[in-house]
Design a protein around this ligand. Sequence first.
Ligand code: TLP
Length: 345
Amino acid sequence: MDRIDLRSDTVTWPTPEMREAMATADVGDDVFGEDPTVNRLEAEAARRLGKEAGMFVASGTMGNLTSILAHCERGDEVILGDKAHTYLFEAGGIAALGGVHPFTLPTQPDGTLALDAIRRAFRSSDAHFPRTRLIALENTHNMAGGVVLPKAYIDEVGALAHERGVALHIDGARIFNAATALNCDPAELVAAADSVTFCLSKGLCAPVGSVVVGSRAFIERARRVRKLAGGGMRQAGILAAAGLIALEQMTQRLDEDHANARLLAEGLAEMPQIEVDLTRVQTNMVFFGLREEAGMTADELAERLQAHNIFIMSRDERTIRAVTHYWIRPEHIIQTLAALEKELA
Ligand code: TLP
């Protein structure tokens, strides 16, 4: 990469091995179910996450949209956090395209929704109310700072949902980061979920794509929604070939990104102008705040760093997000810390 781009792990380029695999991929018409590389990717994704079937989609947004619309009818309700990516950053698609009503609960600092709040959010069958059909969690939780939701919590939410005949979806855009941080089998981590979306094109470096996994019946419904949304792709094996490398190999090295995030956070913690909560630096994201004495806003700092060929993302006037990924090496972190020190001096 020609610059130190910490804005997101979505900026990752495909690796040379991915480009090679894409150039030589076996392909077919995936709308006919005939692309062998897509079929392999979907089967492998389902196996890795312990579900019956998978569906390749264009993006994380499309994965969440197709999942939620496959679980819910128009007028049904999904319980989700007020800082959930699906609620904040997916163009209101579940409401706009599916007529699904969001019931938001406060996202807690650890990325969870309080179990009691979930219990209270279930609707009775009174005709005045929408029908509660789904709970959606996010793991890792982006806006909570890339924190990890542990298996015990997911199991509890799953039990609560299933007791009430409600399904559980996980926006696992970065589920392999969560499993890496917890040092657990990703299938175990999401065992209680009825569906999971995860992204190949974030820290896993694939150029495009996400996969939705769940039961065979669920994936059949989700395929219909994908078609409705214009997401039926043809020789998508070109993309799935990179996805297979993402899934098989890139999931094995995420601890390097987590170590780099830690290195960055620990360096930041030593700077008097910066506020960072090290307990929340659990994966590949570092959220940090600028204190008054920094004398500049997050946008101003981001602009100054650009002169050093370093890119970060401001989240609000005082908060910044930096995300590590395959193309960020420890020496880039050292360079970033040096540039920050200079600009904040
Ligand atoms: N997140 C992006 C931006 O939208 C902010 C990022 O840079 O972090 N779920 C989660 C938890 C996500 O973080 C994202 C992307 C998505 C879903 C959507 O994925 P895409 O961008 O592939 O539609």
